[in-house]
Design a protein around this ligand. Sequence first.
Ligand SMILES: C[S@@+](CC[C@H](N)C(=O)[O-])C[C@H]1O[C@@H](n2cnc3c(N)ncnc32)[C@H](O)[C@@H]1O
Length: 373
Amino acid sequence: MSGQDWRNVTVGGERTRVRVLADLDRDAPYLWPSVGEYPVYDDYLYHVMLEDEPRNKLFRDAIAQEAPGATVVELGCGPDLLWTLCAAEAGAARVFAADVNEDSAARAADLASTTAHDIRVFGGEATTLSLPEPADLCIAELVGNIGGAEGIDAVLADARRRHLKPGAATVPAAVGTRAAAVCLDDLLGGRYGVRPEYVDYVERLLDAAGGFFDLRFCVGNVDRSALRTTDALVEDLRLDEGVADFPSVRLDALGPGRVDGLLLWLNMRCAPGQPVLDSLDTVTNWLPVYVPFAEAFDLADGDVIDLECRAETVADDIHPDYAFTGALVRADGGRTPLAADSRYAGGPFRASRLHRALFESEPTAARRGSRGR
Ligand SMILES: C[S@@+](CC[C@H](N)C(=O)[O-])C[C@H]1O[C@@H](n2cnc3c(N)ncnc32)[C@H](O)[C@@H]1O
C-alpha cells in the first residue's frame, strides 16, 4: 500500500519491525505510543506540555488559589519548574521540588538558583524522597492519558503518609478516566502504522519497560463522534480525599455499528470548584487511549456492555496495569464475556489484533550493525 513502510525496532538485543505511515493527513486519526508513564521525557515532550494552555490555565488558577502562605512540595517538577515557580510567585512560604529524571532535576536546581525564592530541588523518585518539613500543598502533574497511569495514586498515597500535613490540599484534586466502546479499524480506515518520527519513542518506551510487550497506544484527532456507546467514569481518583474508586459501569449502544475496543480518556479537576478538563473534548497533550477487545463484534439497538475496571501495580508498585472485564449483553438477554487489558510493562507481545497489525513478527536476535531501516 502506498505511503506504508516498516522500520526496525531494537530493544535489549532483539529486533522486529513496526509499520509506519509517512503520508497521513494532518487531521487524520493517528496512533501515538503513551510515553508519559516512562522515564523518556525529553525537550520535545516538555515543550508540548509547556505549550498546553488548557492544562496550564487550570494548574495556574488552582495554584494561585492554594499556594499563598503554604509550604509546598511539587513531585515531578520537570526542568522548567513551571508549578514550583507559579507557587513561589503566588506567595508560597517555601517550595520543595523533586524529579526522578536527574538531568531535569539538575536543570531545575540551576533555574531555582537564579531566583530569589525559597526553593529546594531534589533529584530522585518521589516515593524515596525525604523532606525537611511537612507540606500544606502537594502539586503533582503525574497525570496520565489514562488518568492514573503515571502512578499519581501511589505517589500521593505515599506523600500523604510521609510528606503532607493532615488535610493538605493536592493539585490536581481529582483525576478520572472515562470509557466508551469504539471501532479503531473504522477510525483508521484499516490503515495501521505510526508516523515515522514516533518510532524512536516506541523503541525508548519498550526499552524503559524492559522489553517487547503490548504497549499502550493513544489515538489523536478523535472526538465524541467516534463513540459507539454511551460513556462512563471507570477510574475515579479523588486525590485530595485519598479515595480511589473503580465503579462498575454500563455502556449502552448508541445504535447498530461495529466495535473493536475501548477508548479511555482523562477527566481532571485541578482544584475543587474548577472546571473539568476532558481530554476527548479539549485539544491538549493528553490523548485518549485505545484498548483492544480480543474480537471485534457488531452492536445492535438495545445492546449493553457491562464493564469493570481494575488497576494493579505489578511492575514497580507505582504504575498500574489496567484490566477491563465484563460482558456484551444482547437485547434478548444473551451474554458474551469481554476482556481487554492495558499494561505498564511485561505480558505478551503481539497478542492483540492492534499489535499484530503494527509489528511485523516476534522479535529475533538483532545482528550487530543492523539498526536503522
Ligand atoms: C508530566 S511531566 C510534568 C512536568 C512539569 N511538572 C509540567 O507539569 O510541565 C512529569 C514529570 O515528573 C517526573 N516524574 C514522573 N514520575 C515521577 C516520580 N514517581 N517521582 C519523581 N518524579 C517523577 C518526570 O521525570 C517528569 O519530569
